[in-house]
Design a protein around this ligand. Structure first.
Ligand code: CTP
Ligand code: A1H0Z
Length: 443
């Protein structure tokens, strides 16, 4: 399932469009329309976005342009596209990529089912890439399916953590002031060196801010600015707000942005993005079992242990049966971590049912889903050799489902039937298909 057309249900958290967020989105849209002077239902504000993604990522120091560097096996730009797609009142997203990366970009759009995306050729500088995106929106080009928006958002493709409320703030401010941009407090003090490489003067840090993204403009303002822009500015400029001021006398409204708005520039930033994403999608674990009394008892014990061990994580449990309607809701609410309990059985039937449901939901298109298949076997009834042999079958499952971004591992708990305690897991043998799990399962 992928993000739907505007007005459809939208997820509140990152991930495919699975959960209904109609109410909150309508509230946001109403807020946007009313604040922008437009009337809901009568005159909706036409908003589009331009994403410059034509750089080579020199400072990243790797062969792959940073916007295409993988985070949890998915290109960085796909996270940014998904963040913008969650905002259904952005009607078009124009991405500027180099000719050599056009096919790569098209394959990303297809694989992750991105919608409302149009591609234009990037320029040799960021400003030229942005200008090319604006030209596509200005209906300057023949048979172009895009229409000119009232407001255009400009957002770097390498800033994946942009939230709807920040976009709403800059768009609302741009409607009123002609231009708006997100800012953040400076971390380091800005200094000005003299010609001989010594300190000439420093700026008072408290009186200055870092210019971030997103930025938003009345389309006519920023388009006019780019059309008037000198070659020098197009070549060496880094600030769109400055172009609006210099060429259109438009003073941008500055909007305080959130800490996560930073631009991925150096290699360390990739590790930070991965860590933040893992944290976002590790907020809930669902313990899944069938309705057998043994399983329900063990499932309850397991849930209690997880709740006590992982107090920052929401732990829920659901029965796999009842046609899975309850579990469907858990999946719709975008839980990405599942523990499937199998007591005195190692045929993985429950786990297979869960895997099938997860594959049907398309939940793992955008983020990896972790499934831990836990097998409680009474070692007096099941000889050790047989228990490990049956568990090894899970490796084959794991290889197969990994292709669909589902990370499966097995945990065998051998115990004497009478001794299973909420805290006492006797002997654990685990079979993990992929070491990447460590960052998710053990947290
Ligand atoms: N000719 C260019 C240069 C940059 N960008 C885009 O502008 C955004 C911010 O630019 P920056 O962080 O400087 O990206 P790079 O130029 O790729 O990085 P570097 O300066 O390290 O090469 C990025 O999404 C980048 O892809 C672009 O569309 N066209
Ligand atoms: O110069 P770079 O292309 O690295 O980065 C562009 C940034 O300057 C820009 O995204 C913000 O400062 C807001 O304009």
């Amino acid at each position: 399932m992928e993000p739907g057309p505007p007005g459809s249900s939208r997820p509140t958290e990152p991930g495919p469009c699975l959960s209904s967020q109609q109410g909150a989105d309508q509230a946001a849209s109403a807020s946007l329309q009313s604040a922008a002077g437009a009337q809901p239902g009568r005159h909706s504000l036409a908003v589009a976005a331009v994403l410059p993604a034509g750089g080579c990522g020199e400072r990243m120091g790797v062969p792959t342009p940073k916007q295409f560097c993988p985070i949890l096996e998915r290109p960085l730009i796909s996270y940014t596209l998904q963040a913008l797609e969650r905002v259904y009142w952005i009607k078009d997203i124009v991405v500027a990529v180099t000719g050599e990366n056009m096919e790569v970009m098209k394959s990303i759009i297809q694989k992750y089912q991105h919608k409302r995306i149009s591609l234009v050729e990037a320029g040799v500088t960021r400003h030229r890439s942005i200008f090319n995106g604006l030209k596509a929106l200005a209906e300057d080009q023949l048979n172009c399916k895009l229409s000119k928006p009232e407001i255009v958002i400009v957002h770097d493709a390498v800033r994946p953590f942009v939230e709807e409320d920040t976009l709403l703030k800059v768009v609302t401010a741009a409607k009123k002031h002609g231009a708006a941009g997100a800012i953040r407090p400076l971390v380091s003090t800005v200094i000005s060196p003299s010609a001989d490489g010594c300190l000439d003067h420093s700026l008072e840090r408290a009186r200055h801010r870092a210019s971030e993204m997103p930025q938003a403009f009345l389309f006519d303002v920023i388009y006019e600015a780019y059309q008037q822009c000198s070659d020098y500015d197009l070549e060496f400029g880094t600030e769109c707000l400055q172009l609006a001021l210099k060429y259109c006398c438009t003073k941008a409204k500055l909007v305080e942005g959130s800490p996560d708005l930073w631009k991925v520039t150096y290699k360390r930033d990739l590790y930070a993005v991965e860590s933040i994403i893992k944290e976002k999608i590790s907020q809930e674990i669902c313990v899944v079992t069938d309705i057998e009394e043994d399983n329900k008892y063990v499932s309850h014990l397991l849930e209690e242990v997880l709740k006590s061990e992982l107090n920052h994580v929401k732990v829920t449990s659901e029965a796999l049966c009842h046609a899975g309607r309850d579990l469907q809701q858990i999946i719709l609410d975008q839980c990405y971590n599942f523990v499937c309990v199998n007591v005195m059985t190692s045929d993985f039937q429950e786990t297979q049912k869960l895997l099938s449901m997860l594959e049907e939901s398309n939940l793992s298109i955008l983020y990896p889903v972790v499934v831990v298949s836990v097998h409680f076997l009474d070692f007096k009834l099941v000889p050790p050799s047989q228990k490990m042999e049956s568990l090894m079958l899970i490796r084959e499952f794991a290889k197969e489902v990994k292709k669909r971004n589902i990370w499966l591992c097995g945990l065998l708990i051998s115990y004497p039937q009478a001794e299973i305690q909420p805290w006492g897991w006797a002997i654990c043998d685990s079979v993990c298909e992929d070491s990447d799990l460590d960052g998710r399962v053990t947290e």
